[in-house]
Design a protein around this ligand. Sequence first.
Ligand code: NDP
Length: 247
Amino acid sequence: MDIQGKVALVTGASSGIGEGVARKLAAAGVKVGLAARRIDTLNKIVDEITAAGGQATAIEMDVTDTAAVEAGVQSLVATYGSLDILLNNSGLMPLSDIDSLKTDEWRRMIDVNIQGVLNVTAAVLPTMIAQKNGHIFFTSSIAGRKVFKGLSVYCATKHAVSAFAEGLRMEIAPKHNIRVTSLQPGAVATELYDHITDKDYRQQMDDLAGSMVFLQPEDIAETLLFALKAPDHVDIADMFIMPTQQG
Ligand code: NDP
C-alpha cells in the first residue's frame, strides 16, 4: 500500500518507540502528529523532522485527559485533513513486587496503559469510520502474551491491550475497513526502565541490558512499516518482535 501523504497520530512520541516510529513514518512521506506531555521535547523532534524534509506537528496530550485527547485529535485532523494511522503507544512500566503495595504506580499504569489507549481509540475512530479506512496499531508487549514476576500489574495492562486490540480488529476491520495490528516487542532500548522506583528491579533491568543486545526503536518502526505497507486486504494482526538473545 502507498503510504505517501497519509496522516498518522503517534502517542508517546517524545521518546523511545513512539519517537522512532514518528521519525520513520515522516521519512516515508507520512504527515505525523506527535503526541505526549513533554511539549518542548516534541517540538525539538518536530523541528528535526521538518529540517529533514518531513511534515510533522507536536500535540501536547496527556492520554488520561479525555478533553486533551479529543482536542489533540481534532487539531490534527484540522491541520492535515484526515487521520489514517494511529499508533497507540503511550505507556509506563514501574516494576515492583505485589507485596510492596505500590498502589499509586498500579493505578498510574492502569490509567495510562489501558484507559489512555481507550481514550485515544475512541477519539480517533469516528474519523476513520467516516473515511471507511484506517490502520490502528497498539504497542502491547511480550508482557501481553505471558506473565513475569515483578511485572504483574504491567502484564495485566498489556494483556488488556492485546485483548482490546483483538476485539477491536474483529469488530471494526470487516465492518469499517480499519486494520488493527498489535505490536508485541520484547526488550527495547528506551527510557521505559528509567521510571522503575524499586532498586532491585532497576538493577535487574540494567543487568538484562548488559547481557544482550536490546531491540532499537527503529526495529519496531521497520516492523510497523511492514504491516502498514501490506496490501489493503492483508491485516497483520499480531507482531511478536524479540531481541535474538532474549529467551
Ligand atoms: P519511553 O519511556 O521511552 O516512552 C514512553 C512514552 O509514553 C513517552 O513518550 C511518554 O511521553 C509517554 N507517556 C507516558 N505517560 C503519558 C501520558 N500520561 N500521556 C501521554 N503520553 C505519556 O518507553 P518506550 O518507548 O519503551 O514505551 C512505549 C511503549 O512501548 C509503552 O507502551 C511500553 O509499555 C511499550 N513497550 C516497551 C518495551 C521496552 O522494552 N521498552 C517492550 C514492549 C512494549 P511524556 O512523558 O512526554 O508524556
